[in-house]
Design a binder for this molecule. Structure first.
Ligand code: CA
Length: 516
């Protein structure tokens, strides 16, 4: 009988080593990928497909975002489920198409929470698995039951959807109550000087004219704590501090930056640093914020066991700052047609970069179809946690798309919604069908046909001065493989394809569950 070879480690030694690896604080612990990775989801605001260096921008420099692409995977066909802030965030957190709850557009300061707290969200899923969870930055899904009580408890809100901690802007930087909310309360609230709807909002030296919806005035002390040019710095500091506190993990940080939504208010140290004005300077601030998070993960030796997701809630916008940047040669949405709010590709095709060392191949690019609604099912799979039958009805597990290149793409179609229910679109393979003329986006030169003329794009339905041609078809069909810039509506040449997509769109809109 042969004796056991003595160069093999004994079972006891193997078990001891395994136990050592699992001990928090062990030198082996930090470097060991586990089945409970930390997750940092950086959800930027209005960052377009062409707004960062690794997606082709030349008028800005984004070394930290580019680093993520170098160390992870960059997606070229990733979409936000909606082309505007609020429904996008709904889709991201719940894995459900926002049209199922009739959410089409942004909400402002008088709307309560639009998410049913009984629904599973990315945060509640992870919290149940003992993750520490935080949302820092722009919320924009409403707070309170029917409308927010700015002087009382803003409840239900992020904390009722699975976040342990919330700090940030309750709505959107341009139409904000101009206060910070921490957990359930406005920061710096003074009962002697309550916040009130209406009136004159606190004076802001915006570099552009903006429309203030439902301003919240009063509350001088609360407003004084909110300084536009400090927003990025404050939020980055909060993120770094929170990660430090939760370093023993696992943790989930949903870092929803107000960058780069207008007004463009970068800190003075970023002003004048880009080659395309305030718009680009704000991108520089965003890149610095990303860098602060990445440096903290490095310093705490958490990089290897943290999934970092970097993406945007919708495409770039051609507002005044965006127009200035365009004149300086910057292309917010690269070569894509259209802008934020619209059904054309520029409205919803967004940057998506995923870094997960040891799992997602470094420095790679994927052209497979990905939608923001897929994150809930994908994260559930990443932590080996099954979802309930009613959870995330439209979300597909895209783990295989992150770690490899499935021969049959996980997602073969997606419904995409601009801020107009008339313009709902369905993507299927290389085709996209849009239910009406134009893109349903912002009027004038900020979007739609007007933006086609301003940005010197060509589209077969649009005249050179930005009007829909009288003989244009009533709906649109594009072959994105042959014509990624959507220059030519081919619906009249392909009636069978159009009919198939119309039927599929009707079915997906009516069916409360599209995920298998
Ligand atoms: Ca947005």
């Amino acid at each position: 009988m042969h004796s056991r070879p003595n160069h093999r480690p004994s079972l006891v030694a193997v078990l001891l080593l395994a136990a050592l690896c699992l001990l928090p604080g062990s030198p082996l612990h930090a470097a060991r990928p586990t089945d409970r990775p930390n997750i940092v989801l950086i959800y930027t605001d209005d960052l377009g497909y062409g707004d960062v260096g690794c997606y082709g921008a030349t008028k800005v420099r984004t070394p930290n975002i580019d680093r993520l692409a170098r160390e992870g995977r960059r997606f070229t066909d990733a979409h936000s489920a909606s082309a505007v802030c609020t429904p996008s965030r709904y889709a991201l957190l719940t894995g459900e198409y926002p049209f199922r709850i009739n959410s089409w557009n942004a909400i402002f300061s008088k709307v309560g929470l639009i998410v049913d707290p009984a629904k599973t969200t990315i945060a509640s899923l992870l919290k149940k698995q003992s993750y520490a969870t935080a949302c820092l930055g722009k919320w924009h899904l409403g707070m309170g039951n029917k409308e927010p009580d700015w002087n009382g408890d803003l409840k239900p809100g992020p904390l009722e959807l699975g976040f342990d901690y919330y700090f940030g802007l309750p709505t959107v930087s341009s139409h904000s109550p101009f206060v910070f909310v921490e957990n359930h309360r406005v920061l710096g609230l003074d009962p002697a000087d309550p916040l009130v709807f209406g009136g004159t909002p606190p004076t802001k030296a915006y570099p552009e004219k903006i429309l203030i919806h439902q301003p919240v005035s009063g509350g001088k002390a609360a407003h004084a704590l909110y300084k536009d040019e400090e927003l990025g710095t404050t939020l980055a500091q909060k993120a770094v501090k929170w990660i430090r506190e939760k370093k023993d993990g696992p943790f989930f940080l949903y870092f929803a930056t107000p960058q780069i939504h207008h007004p463009f208010t970068p800190h003075p140290r970023f002003q004048g640093t880009s080659d395309c004005g305030r718009y680009g300077d704000f991108i520089h601030e965003l890149d610095w914020m990303v860098g602060e998070v990445l440096a903290t993960l490095d310093e705490l030796k958490l990089t290897e066991n943290t999934i970092v997701i970097f993406t945007s809630d919708n495409g770039g916008m051609l507002n005044e700052g965006g127009q200035d940047a365009w004149r300086a040669g910057h292309r917010a949405n690269g070569d894509l047609l259209g802008y934020k709010f619209g059904a054309w590709e520029g409205g919803h095709r967004v940057p998506l970069i995923v870094r997960w060392p040891g799992k997602v191949p470094r420095g790679t690019t994927s052209n497979q179809l990905f939608c923001s609604i897929d994150w809930l099912a994908t994260i559930a799979a990443a932590i080996h946690q099954p979802l309930g039958a009613a959870d995330a009805p439209d979300s597909l597990n895209q783990l295989a798309t992150l770690t490899g290149t499935p021969a049959k793409p996980v997602r073969d179609r997606v419904v995409l919604a601009p801020n107009s229910s008339k313009h709902v679109a369905i993507r299927s393979g290389k085709w996209i069908y849009i239910s009406a003329q134009g893109d349903g986006g912002f009027p004038g030169i900020r979007g739609g046909p007007g933006s086609v003329a301003f940005s010197q794009r060509k589209n077969s339905d649009i005249t050179a001065d930005g009007k829909i041609k009288p003989d244009a078809p009533s709906a649109q069909l594009y072959d994105l493989e042959a014509d990624p810039q959507q220059t030519t509506n081919v619906i009249r040449e392909n009636p069978d394809v159009a009919q198939r997509l119309i039927a599929q769109l009707q079915q997906d809109r009516a069916n409360p569950r599209t995920a298998p």
